[in-house]
Design a binder for this molecule. Structure first.
Ligand SMILES: Nc1ncnc2c1ncn2[C@@H]1O[C@H](COP(=O)(O)OP(=O)(O)OP(=O)(O)O)[C@@H](O)[C@H]1O
Ligand SMILES: [Mg+2]
Length: 380
């Protein structure tokens, strides 16, 4: 058992009245803790607690997602099946619960394909496979070395999907009384395949207006079909030659500082919209103008596969650069160099704003150069 003092950062502790440590895998424990403090709402803080938060809020009669909708977002196979029945565009897909399912799944889906856990996040065990042999190896790896992430074991049941070709976007929105509404679209920078590590995000994405309109309309339809009735959503989709195709949809804030990029570029606080909504406000973003941005902002993550950290003086130089917002160099830098297969290989980030995209790209690139990290290990 941990004490709140030990697990919660000091600045966060200073910002709130009290903390209670609770087992976020247990909806009854969360409901009991929320009841004890007289909570007016329960919001999920992470992917694995989306269904738990909904169940706990339902027990207490607080605003909550339909339990079925929460469950659908927590299982990529179930959400694909649900959306396919609803007639939405999506890739061919098949479930692999056992090694004996591999050949059938491969014949249903074909190659190239992507194999990933049905219930994972952080791109853990998400791998592109181009042949049956590569699929067998990837399944073996995932099933043997299932990951324990935040106390959850993932990787036992996998999803094989047709590879969706095209640039990828994160679509951030909320659900109010008029249904789902997108507030921002972020462009995603990915690592080199066969893995899909998120190496950066840019808000607002540089998309042709007609493509943005199609993407937004498609994702709002997806959110409605999943049955989301409140809170925020974070969807990921690729723009293919035939239009947008969903990668996944989550009923929570996007990670990776995306909410901060939206705040900087569009003066919209997604956390505030989320909390208002979970408190029962059916119009939690009345003044938010999804089309208006005052600047472009971007975050870029780095690994130390290619570079050697330049030290504290370089961090100070980065801080002094125009448009600077954040630099983070994690303490495990200098430790074991992890292969760039998922988010755990990232050792820090820089976050900047600029008046236009070329200036932003330059600022991010120069910051990485100053820290002696570069783009060489990014596939983008
Ligand atoms: N069918 C697909 N076609 C092409 N790329 C895919 C496909 N499925 C997944 N990917 C790539 O793999 C990445 C991770 O997949 P997905 O988002 O489903 O898993 P995740 O572990 O929940 O990821 P994260 O938590 O990092 O968003 C996607 O962002 C995308 O780049
Ligand atoms: Mg994802």
């Amino acid at each position: 058992m941990f004490s709140a003092e030990r697990v919660v950062p000091r600045d966060l502790r200073a910002a709130v009245t009290s903390f209670t440590v609770v087992d976020t895998a247990s909806s009854s424990a969360v409901a009991a803790a929320a009841c004890a403090i007289g909570a007016d709402g329960i919001v999920p803080g992470f992917e694995y607690s989306v269904d738990v938060a909904a169940e706990a809020a339902a027990r207490l009669g607080l605003p909550h997602l339909p339990l079925e909708a929460a469950a659908l977002t927590r299982d990529k196979y179930r959400s694909r099946s649900h959306l396919a029945i609803a007639g939405l565009a999506g890739p061919r897909f098949a479930r692999i619960a056992d090694r004996r399912d591999i050949v059938t799944a491969a014949s249903q889906v074909g190659f190239p394909a992507v194999v990933k856990p049905v219930d994972g996040c952080g791109s853990q065990h998400a791998t592109r496979v181009n042949s049956l042999v590569e699929l067998q190896l990837a399944v073996e790896r995932a099933m043997r070395h299932g990951v324990v992430d935040m106390g959850r074991e993932i990787g036992h049941v996998l999803l094989l999907e047709q590879y969706v070709e095209g640039p990828e976007y994160s679509i951030e929105g909320y659900v109010g009384r008029h249904g789902p509404r997108v507030l921002a679209v972020a462009e995603k920078l990915l690592s080199a395949e066969p893995y899909f590590v998120e190496m950066g995000h840019i808000v607002e994405a540089a998309l042709a207006p007609e493509h943005r309109t199609a993407l937004v309309a498609y994702v709002e339809k997806v959110a409605a079909k999943i049955g989301l009735n409140l809170g925020v959503f974070h969807a990921e989709a690729r723009m293919t030659r035939d239009g947008p195709v969903l990668i996944e949809i989550a009923a929570r804030l996007g990670g990776d500082r995306i909410y901060r990029l939206v705040e900087l570029s569009k003066s919209i606080s997604l956390p505030e919209v989320m909390i208002r909504s979970h408190l029962g406000d059916t119009d939690p973003a009345p003044l938010c103008d999804a089309r208006h941005a005052t600047c472009v902002s971007g975050v870029q993550f780095f690994t130390h596969v290619t570079g050697r950290f330049a030290g504290a003086a370089a961090v100070e130089r980065v801080r002094a650069t125009p448009g600077f917002e954040e630099v983070e160099v994690l303490s495990h830098i200098g430790g074991t160099v992890l292969k760039l297969t998922d988010f755990r290989a990232r050792v820090g980030h820089v976050l900047f704003t600029a008046a236009d995209r070329p200036t932003l790209d330059l600022r991010l690139a120069e910051a990485l150069k100053a820290l002696k990290f570069d783009h060489a290990d990014n596939g983008s």
